[in-house]
Design a protein around this ligand. Structure first.
Ligand SMILES: [Zn+2]
Length: 448
């Protein structure tokens, strides 16, 4: 296309006319809509914070939020009534550590995500993320902390798409690009690392204090809601002072920091540096668990069950169970976290994530405390406890329902029959009903 320069004065006039036309074209503000009421009749209602059950409750929802909960709540005329009197209703679940925009596979990558990041483009991974998010929501996960390895901010795109109302999915707390010293979790050849810069965008390389600050700012600019660093991906790792610097920089935008740590020393430095949460349990011995209790650090242990055979060994499972048990005995802030970023043929991402209850059961943790990790502690770690999670008036109307009672048998969570997100039914009688989540535009507004 060729262009022809307009005289400056005419261009200014043209711009003014266009602006005036744009203002005139603005639709009149919509008249206040009549509130939409939904009443859920809950046969049993679980409060995971106290581990208690109440029966025959009415949960009233006004538009996207809870309005009132109790046995005798008045149902406004015209309200839609949903009968879950035969089910147990509870708040949505949290996976405090997943990677929705990556799916590594046995074939052809032999489960090596180093290959996956080269073979799958960021746009393809964003589409995988949309699908994985839907699969997580179908399994009852209404909040997912998405902790990096998401290409060039596919996780931000996923969060925006869900928050704006394009697609259904869990609330996403996303980390952007994982910050690590050169190489990240990879050990590239000089040709690939220096010449081809293969580490990026899977990792944001930062080796000096200036680079650390810049990396945190890049993530915040491009939509991260939590910062993830790799404390010890290389033997030289980050010092306590490096980590304190990251924590302080993230705090300027109200963000918390999670540290990936797989050594005892790396985890200790991260805890002492003041991170919000530690990912993985390899570095979490008794002393570090005690230090976490002192500092209030959340634990995202990512304990893979033995049943996911391509992803766990007998020895690894034994170690994970022992670490979980020790964390429980020390009363650490334990979150349910999976790191389930691979394809298990025959299972959805949500079904893989729920499978992790097997490790918690093997550690002898009672169902009510497993559920607490999957809900109450998860909300606190995700910093949503005042906006989304608990079934309380004024909070986002998210809830799930199952036939059994997860306080007695946690496996009841394998059979999520009903899911509501933001006051809209996503799954009913075990069947997905996502239609109302799709809009022709950003129904809930533009977000960054
Ligand atoms: Zn991970």
């Amino acid at each position: 296309m060729t262009t022809r320069a307009l005289p400056a004065v005419r261009l200014t006039l043209a711009v003014q006319l266009l602006l005036a036309a744009a203002v005139l074209a603005q639709p009149a503000p919509p008249a206040p809509a009549t509130p939409r009421y939904t009443a859920v009749r809950a046969g049993r209602l679980i409060d995971p914070a106290t581990g208690t059950v109440t029966t025959d409750q009415i949960i009233l929802i006004k538009d996207r939020k809870f309005e009132a909960i109790g046995p005798k709540v008045a149902i406004p005329s015209g309200a839609e009534v949903i009968d879950l009197s035969g089910l147990t209703v509870l708040p949505g679940l949290v996976d405090a550590h997943n990677h929705l925009a990556i799916t590594y596979k046995v074939v052809p990558e032999r489960n090596n995500y180093y290959v996956t990041v080269i073979s799958d483009s960021t746009p393809l991974r964003a589409i995988q993320a949309a699908s994985n998010g839907i699969q997580m929501l179908a399994a009852g996960f209404t909040i997912v902390r998405d902790m990096g390895n998401n290409g060039l901010y596919a996780d931000t795109a996923l969060r925006q798409a869900i928050e704006e109302g394009w697609i259904p999915g869990p609330q996403i707390i996303n980390a952007g690009i994982i910050i690590g010293s050169a190489g990240g979790q990879f050990w590239p050849t000089p040709e690939m690392g220096i010449e081809k810069k293969v580490t990026y965008p899977e990792y944001l390389e930062a080796d000096t204090p200036d680079e650390l600050v810049k990396a945190v700012r890049q993530n915040m600019l491009y939509g991260a809601k939590v910062i993830k660093i790799c404390a010890d991906c290389k033997p030289w790792g980050y010092s306590v002072d490096d980590i304190k610097l990251v924590v302080a920089e993230a705090a300027k935008a109200g963000l918390k920091v999670e540290a990936h740590a797989q050594t005892v020393d790396g985890a200790r430095r991260a805890i002492e540096g003041g991170v919000w949460s530690i990912a993985h349990d390899l570095g979490l011995d008794d002393a570090n668990h005690k230090l976490m209790v002192k500092k209030g650090t959340f634990r995202a242990g990512t304990e893979t069950p033995l049943s996911l055979t391509d992803h766990q060994t007998e020895a690894g499972f034994k170690r994970d169970v022992a670490s979980l048990k020790n964390a429980y005995e020390n009363k650490v802030n334990m979150t349910y976290s999976t790191d389930a970023d691979y394809w298990v043929p025959g299972k959805t991402r949500g079904e893989v994530a729920i499978e992790f209850i097997e490790t918690w059961k093997a550690a002898g943790i009672p169902p009510r405390d497993i559920l607490k990790a999957m809900t109450t502690t998860g909300y606190r770690c995700a910093q949503t406890e005042n906006t989304r999670g608990p079934i309380k008036p004024g909070l986002a109307a998210d809830l799930i329902a199952v036939p059994g009672n997860p306080l007695e048998k946690i496996d009841a969570l394998r059979d999520v029959q009903f899911v509501m997100k933001d006051g809209v039914v996503f799954k009913q009688k075990g069947v997905l009903t996502p239609g109302p989540f799709f809009h022709g535009g950003p129904e809930y507004g533009l977000v960054r």
